[in-house]
Ligand binder design. Sequence first.
Ligand code: TXA
Ligand code: MG
Length: 329
Amino acid sequence: MCRLLRSDASWVTLISVKTVLTQSAIEAAAFIKRGGIVAFPTETVYGLGADVFDESAIRKVFTAKNRPADNPLIAHIGSMDQIRLITDRIPSSAEKLIEAFFPGPLTIVVPRASTVPMIATAGLDTIGVRMPANKLAQDFLRECGVPIVAPSANLSGRPSPTTWQSVYEDLDGRIDCILQGEPTTIGLESTVVDCRGAHPVLLRKGAVSLENLRAVAPEISEAGAEDVGTARSPGLKHRHYSPRAQVMIADDASSLTLASTEAYIGLSTPEAGSAHIKICSSINDYAASLFEFFRECDRCGIIAIFCERVEETGIGAALMDRIRRAAEG
Ligand code: TXA
Ligand code: MG
C-alpha cells in the first residue's frame, strides 16, 4: 500500500510498513542494524532513531516525520567513548557540561566529524549530542552499538510524544518498530546548548535549567532573537509543539469559567469547569503532563485550551517556552 505525503519540498511517496511493537531492546536494535528506523523512550520524550552513519535510514526518519530537511538531528550515545565517533574536538565548555549533566536531559552542540553524513546535521558542521539517562534507552543504545540520531517521534508540528501510544498514533505504518517503555518522566525535550565558541549559548530550554547551567558555566548566555532561523539555531524557526486547539495562557486561573469545548491545565483549580481539566500536583507534574494533555484535547475535539502561567524559574522556564510556542502555533 502507498500513501502520498506532503513534504516541504515536494510530494513524496511513503511505502507503508508494518510497525512492530516490542518491549525488547534487542529486538528493537535489530531493526536499526538492518537499516530500519525505531522509536524509543528517553526521560524527556520518545525519539525516532536511525544509525548515525546510515544515510538511507536517516532519510527515512525525515520522510516518516514529514520533517523539513533543514532541521538537524541530535545524536544519542550509549557510552562516553561513542562521542569520539561523531566529533573530532570537544571544546572545554562542553567538557564541563558533560561532566555535570551526562547522562541526562542535556544536548550539547559540538563540531561534527567528517565521517557523519551531512543529512544528519542538515548540512551543518556541528552536531548535537546527548546521552539519555533512561534505562531502556541505554539498553537500546548499547545493543545498537553506534550513536543513534533521533528527533522527537511525532509528526512534524504535533506535540512531542511522551507515551508509546502517542508515537503509534502519529507514526503507525511509517516506521519499523516502537520500543514500548513507560511514559516519559520529564515530558519536555532536552535543553540544547551550543558549545562551539568560547562561551556556551543556550539554544533551547529544558529540564537542565539556566540556573543549573550557570552553576557550572557562569559565562553562558541565552540565544537572542537574532539567532532564530540562523545556522546557530535552525530548529527555533520551525513551528512546534502545537495541538489543533487554540492554546491560551491564563494569568488568573482560579477565576476561569470553562465551556464544554474548552479545557484547562495548571496548578490552581478553576472556578467552574468542563470535563477536560487537569490539576497538576507540582511544576514537574505540569511539565510531564502538558504534551499528552494537548493530544488528549485533540482526541476529544476541544477547541480552546487554557494553560496556567507559572513562574519562569527552573523547569518553569522551559514549560512556559513550550506553552508560548503552542499558543503562537
Ligand atoms: O529531548 C530531546 O532532545 C529529544 C529526545 C528524543 O532526545 N529529541 C528532540 O529532537 O527533541 P528534535 O529533533 O525534536 O529537536 C532537536 C533540536 C532542534 O531544535 C534542532 O534544531 C536542535 O535541537 N539541533 C540539533 N542539532 C543542532 C545543531 N547542530 N546546531 C543547532 N541546533 C541543533
Ligand atoms: Mg521535535
